[in-house]
Design a protein around this ligand. Structure first.
Ligand SMILES: Cc1cc2nc3c(=O)[nH]c(=O)nc-3n(C[C@H](O)[C@H](O)[C@H](O)COP(=O)(O)OP(=O)(O)OC[C@H]3O[C@@H](n4cnc5c(N)ncnc54)[C@H](O)[C@@H]3O)c2cc1C
Length: 448
């Protein structure tokens, strides 16, 4: 057929025409309904939900799937958030994970229950407010007597505590298993995954995104999702879009099992916001992380193209590590810098208000954002994948997503300048555990 159509043409024309046919074939091979940039939990969950509704999806990953923030996470799952809608998203997320476990045949969710503890009047009031809020939406939460807490967590110093609450349905998600399960179920629904395939350009037709460029050729789709985690503001800059997100460092420690202070596999997760620490059991030891006032700010644009987050290390004399050990010691006095421990560090994507960006921006049609999870992307990903699939396929979500709409900072001066954005995200991270949640806090904020 080709030769008949090309009869009478000069050699150059035949070659050009053959090239064009090959280009068309490549285009159809590389064409899908949706392209997702980034194979972390956000992209994988979105891809799976879309594919389960019959959408053809291609996930393009710069390195290897799960190699970004996802591979570094502690996985703590605390469903109780400062608002009822965010709490509902996480409660629904647990149900999605349970279905996923059945479909993929892996254990993802370890239900240990979790506690929050208070040692100051403000923190005690916070707990009272949160218990009240939890009850108003049928979330399983209650105050727990300090004696009972001491029995459940004998390795924790409890003498100075004045109140605590207990959430029996909390626990932690295993990030690697979660990513693998999204991947497996997505693959069962024909999601195409391409590793070592960095997106280097976005193809526009007017103001509409129609494809992406990679070293392995072009990929085409009428919908493109930027789920590039800490790199997402760089991917946004490919279309000259300013995304108010910054890449911030985070660190946690995991002790080896201590002969005098064993931590059972099903011991509760904990949050001690006064000391800015959180944690959970891990292999007979204790995992403790911290949202301190300070953290490293990373410039993702200067990292090598093959940067692998799992290779990141922290120096033993790092100030943030010293602060973490000091804070952990306040609750676990047997823990010190000589305790055998493993240190994990990685990079999170923070936003100025600590909430993710989901949806489109006004500048480019067909270009969606799914990023900015500010330290909670693992636990948010099950519901976020669902929300993204609703936004893309139905044009709206069944959740109230006002607070996480991608365009909430659009065109506001101060959110267009990178240094200012970084400063705001850094400040947000610093106040993450420092601020008080609950209705009393809201009243105080209005008063000031
Ligand atoms: C130390 C640490 C502890 C944490 N603890 C918790 C926790 O306890 N609970 C919790 O819920 N969350 C936690 N988090 C946060 C959580 O890991 C993240 O919110 C979540 O993994 C974000 O997922 P993501 O898909 O948005 O980003 P990522 O997992 O970073 O995925 C983005 C992907 O995009 C790829 N990419 C980037 N640029 C391109 C490009 N140009 N082309 C193609 N691909 C590209 C990257 O390689 C990467 O794989 C923690 C994070 C860290 C670092």
């Amino acid at each position: 057929m080709l030769s008949v159509q090309q009869a009478g043409k000069g050699c150059g024309e035949v070659l050009a025409s053959a090239h064009w046919v090959k280009h068309l074939a490549d285009m159809s091979k590389n064409t899908s309904d949706v392209i997702i940039i980034g194979g972390g939990v956000a992209g994988l969950s979105t891809a799976m939900q879309l594919a389960m509704r019959g959408t053809s999806v291609t996930v393009l990953e710069r390195e290897q799937i799960g190699n970004g923030s996802t591979g570094r996470a502690a996985g703590l799952l605390g469903q109780l958030r400062g608002t009822t809608e965010h709490t509902r998203m996480l409660m629904d997320g647990v149900e999605i994970v349970k279905e996923l476990e059945a479909k993929a045949g892996v254990e993802i969710y370890v239900q240990t229950g979790s506690v929050r503890v208070a040692e100051t009047p403000d923190r005690a009031q916070e707990i009272t407010d949160l218990v009240e809020m939890g009850h108003s939406i049928n979330f399983d939460i209650d105050h727990i007597a300090i004696d009972e807490l001491t029995e459940r967590m004998p390795y924790m110093h409890t003498d100075d505590l004045t109140d605590a609450c207990w959430c029996p349905t909390d626990g932690h998600l295993q990030p690697a298993e979660l990513a693998a399960a999204y991947h497996k179920v997505g693959r069962d629904h024909h999601v195409r995954y391409e590793n070592s395939c960095p997106v280097t350009g976005v193809i526009l037709d007017g103001n509409k995104a129609v494809g992406v460029q990679t070293p392995r050729g072009e990929f085409h789709a009428p919908v493109i999702v930027n789920a590039a985690g800490p790199w997402s503001h760089l991917v946004a800059s490919l279309t000259d879009t300013t995304l108010p997100a910054a890449a911030l460092g985070h660190v946690y420690l995991t002790t080896q099992p201590h002969p005098d202070h064993p931590v059972d596999r099903l011991s509760p997760g904990f949050r001690n916001r006064h000391h800015r620490i959180y944690g959970r059991p891990e292999n007979g030891g204790l995992l403790v992380g911290m949202y301190g006032e300070d953290c490293p700010v990373h410039d993702m644009s200067i990292l090598p193209a093959d940067f692998d987050m799992s290779a990141m290390k922290v120096r033993r004399d790092d100030i943030n590590l010293a602060l973490l050990i000091h804070a952990a010691q306040q609750r676990f006095p047997w823990l010190n810098e000589r305790t055998p421990m493993h240190i994990t560090t990685g990079i999170m994507t923070f936003t100025p208000d600590g909430l993710p960006f989901c949806g489109q921006l006004p500048d480019h049609e067909g270009l969606y954002y799914c990023t900015g999870f500010s330290g909670h992307g693992i636990v948010q990903s099950p519901a976020i994948g669902l929300i993204m699939s609703e936004l893309i396929l139905d044009g709206k979500s069944t959740y109230d997503i006002d607070s996480i709409e991608a365009d909430r900072y659009w065109d506001i001066p101060g959110f267009l300048d990178r240094e200012e954005i970084q400063q705001r995200c850094y400040t947000m991270q610093g106040s993450y555990y420092g601020r008080i949640e609950g209705k009393t806090a809201n009243v105080k904020q209005k008063d000031t």
